[in-house]
Design a protein around this ligand. Structure first.
Ligand SMILES: [Zn+2]
Length: 429
């Protein structure tokens, strides 16, 4: 169950010594990038002024906006001839962020994916269908090479044509799938419509968007898999940064490769142990594109307790992004919380959309959800009852009054990539 047992189970002292050595090397590498050279010089920092891991706090944060301003190759620390691949992030706003890899980077990255997949118990006897975008999105090629490295049989099915995906799972005897949780939900719906039970499936790896425990239970029940959460982002290679082990209680983050901090997104100060905040990562093994204290925007907390699998520290599942957290009438709401509530109500489906408007200076949240036909007799009084129930459950959980709109089954958009379930109409563009 270990890909690299020695490094995955390093004792704290040895781990910290390795982290410090790699941090110094990363700082030297970063100094080859104009942006960091200036930043570090302004802050009076060199690799030799970092004596302990805590000294990292003297280094200013790097934000996504900084990377955008370096478009396209401003953050490469090696000559372009050393770069063997380029990816870009999905870039929902502004220019995309370009990330580059040397040959060594690709090898290290594949190795991290191999660690993750071995940890959840899949190996060379498994058949792996990779149902994510194979283009600029790092999830496709990232998982592809990691899975090949451990000798799995890889089916690069990419996204789209759900019926064909289901036929391949059936015909090829696929045991392991990787996709976004929202696509997995869609896949399970289509499989049910087709009358396919997908009996060969055993393991589901889901990532690229936050998802809840309720979705996990639902996916496990519908697809017959054990579902694991995968975390990563393109700026840190891609997927493979952190992953659940078989305990499925937090994600192991690979400390030899990523130095983590949790900060208060507003003050930039580190939060106390066990408190939630924004994940800040300094990758320790990147060659082409070193980063220092990169603000991920993802909200999580550190879990210090030892894990039965003997690997080091974990982070909790991501509850949202510090920048997609909705503030509605002063109340913080994560879309995953809404999903969590809806999944517990059998009268409605699991697809939903959230609209936020400002009416007479007041924020109004509307949740659209599909009705489940099994619970709907066609009577209008029934509809009113269900609507009231959903509204009450949401209010109890979010402490927020919400308008509920019931819609026809199958009428809401299905997402094959990252789900965009929130439409915030308050902003003036
Ligand atoms: Zn573990």
């Amino acid at each position: 169950m270990f890909w690299d047992k020695k490094i995955e189970t390093l004792k704290t002292d040895d781990l910290q010594a390795l982290q410090l050595k790699r941090l110094k090397k990363t700082i030297s590498q970063a100094q080859k990038v104009g942006f960091f050279k200036k930043r570090l010089s302004d802050a009076g920092i060199t690799a030799s002024s970092i004596k302990t891991l805590d000294d990292i706090q003297k280094i200013p944060f790097t934000k996504k906006q900084d990377l955008r301003e370096g478009y396209p190759f401003g953050f490469f620390a090696v000559p372009l001839k050393e770069i063997v691949r380029i990816h870009t992030t999905s870039g929902t706003t502004g220019k995309p962020t370009v990330v580059g890899y040397t040959k060594k980077d690709l090898d290290v990255w594949a190795d991290l994916i191999a660690r993750n997949m071995t940890m959840v118990g899949v190996g060379k006897e498994d058949i792996f269908q990779n149902m994510v975008n194979y283009g600029m999105f790092t999830g496709g090629l990232g998982f592809h090479y990691g899975a090949e490295k451990i000798g799995m049989t890889v089916i690069p099915s990419a996204t789209g044509n759900t019926k064909r995906q289901i036929e391949m799972i059936r015909d090829f005897g696929v045991t392991t799938i990787h996709c976004t949780p929202s696509y997995a939900m869609h896949l399970s719906e289509v499989a049910e419509e087709m009358g396919e039970s997908l009996d060969s499936l055993k393991t589901g790896i889901f990532g690229a968007e936050p998802w809840s425990e309720s979705v996990r239970h639902s996916l496990e029940k519908r697809l017959g898999v054990t579902a694991f959460d995968s975390y990563g982002l393109s700026e840190l290679f891609g997927p493979g940064v952190a992953f659940e082990c078989k305990e499925r209680n937090g994600l192991h983050i690979w400390h030899d490769s990523y130095l983590v901090e949790i900060i208060d997104p507003n003050t930039g100060e580190r939060v106390s142990d066990g408190e939630r905040g924004e994940l800040v990562v300094t990758p320790l093994v990147k060659e082409a594109m070193p980063l220092l204290r990169y603000r991920t925007g993802d909200v999580t907390m550190l879990i210090e307790d030892g894990c039965l699998c003997k690997r080091a520290q974990k982070i909790a599942r991501i509850t949202g992004r510090s920048d997609d957290m909705l503030v509605i009438r002063g109340i913080n709401v994560f879309p995953s919380q809404i999903e969590h509530v809806l999944l517990k109500i059998p009268e409605v489906g699991n697809q939903f959309m959230v609209y936020i408007d400002r009416i007479n200076y007041l924020d109004e949240m509307t949740v659209e959800v599909e009705i489940n036909r099994d619970f709907f007799s066609g009577e209008l009084t029934d509809l009113a009852k269900i609507q009231k129930k959903v509204g009450k459950e949401l209010r109890d959980s979010l402490e927020l009054r919400t308008t509920v709109r019931l819609v026809e089954p199958g009428s809401l958009p299905r997402f094959e990539g990252k789900a965009k379930r929130v439409i915030d109409r308050r902003e003036v563009i």
